[in-house]
Design a protein around this ligand. Sequence first.
Ligand SMILES: [Zn+2]
Ligand SMILES: [Zn+2]
Length: 148
Amino acid sequence: MATKKLEQPLSRDEVRTCIRDAKLRATPGRIATYQALAQAASPLTHGEVVARLASFGFDRATVYRNLIDLTDAGLAARSDLGDHVWRFELNDLDDPPGGHAHFVCVDCGGVSCLPGVRVSITAAPGMPRAVSSKQVAVQLKGRCDSCS
Ligand SMILES: [Zn+2]
Ligand SMILES: [Zn+2]
């Protein structure tokens, strides 16, 4: 099941329901991890989630396992935006298959979500099967507002 990123932060009870709907046990660690992703403006690395949850006292391995659990259950998505670092974010119902596009700054490495950007692909000879079956991610590169 996919979830929707909301303007208003979800309450603990709403988060618990989302996690249970995805057939996961709503442990305090999963709830906190989900909330950290829900409150983030852009995808977070494992280390960034650990930092945001520092006050809860979860260790790095627990946070990682929870991120993978949320991803495997379809609540979150993870992407490698070219720097071999996994970044995690909640799935959005409005996203096309494969998720929304991302903008990556070539100077500072900052990442922004581009939920409104759509790329249409026309099949062409020699195209890898992954392209026609939409098993690809769309990424735009350039300089972010603070670097340009
Ligand atoms: Zn930048
Ligand atoms: Zn995103």
